[in-house]
Structures are given as structure tokens and as C-alpha cells.
Design a protein around this ligand. Structure first.
Ligand code: ZN
Length: 65
């Protein structure tokens, strides 16, 4: 059974609130999702919080080097 977790994040480019779906299969992985508002690519890193819930960290592509 796969549960999808809806999370609200802020886009690192335009600062808008967007909703993303976290998949437990993406745990400890980076992936790219385009902002629903400004369409720029946001790097998402999915991790597990102490309480076992999925959480996501967002980065803009410019901060990866
Ligand atoms: Zn945006």
C-alpha cells in the first residue's frame, strides 16, 4: 500500500505556497519538481522526521554548487 503525503512548501524562487505530494519511495532522494506558479525547477529532498512523517527540504538549483 502506498500512501501519498500532501505537504505545503514555499517556492525558493517566487515564494509562493505550493502543494507537493511526497511518495515514501522517494525517501532520502533528491528530485526535481517544477514550481506550479513560476515553472522553475525546485530541488526537493525527501526525509523522515523523528515522528516517522515524511518531510521535504527545498532548494533552488543555484545553491547546489
Ligand atoms: Zn515559483
Amino acid at each position: 500500500m502506498t500512501t501519498l503525503n500532501e505537504k505545503q512548501i514555499y517556492c525558493p524562487y517566487c515564494g509562493e505556497h505550493i502543494t507537493v505530494l511526497l511518495n515514501p519511495e522517494d525517501l532520502d532522494q533528491d528530485y526535481i519538481e517544477d514550481c506550479q506558479v513560476c515553472c522553475r525547477p525546485i530541488t526537493m529532498f525527501v526525509y523522515e522526521e523523528n515522528n516517522g512523517e515524511l518531510a521535504v527540504e527545498v532548494r533552488d538549483e543555484n545553491s547546489t554548487y
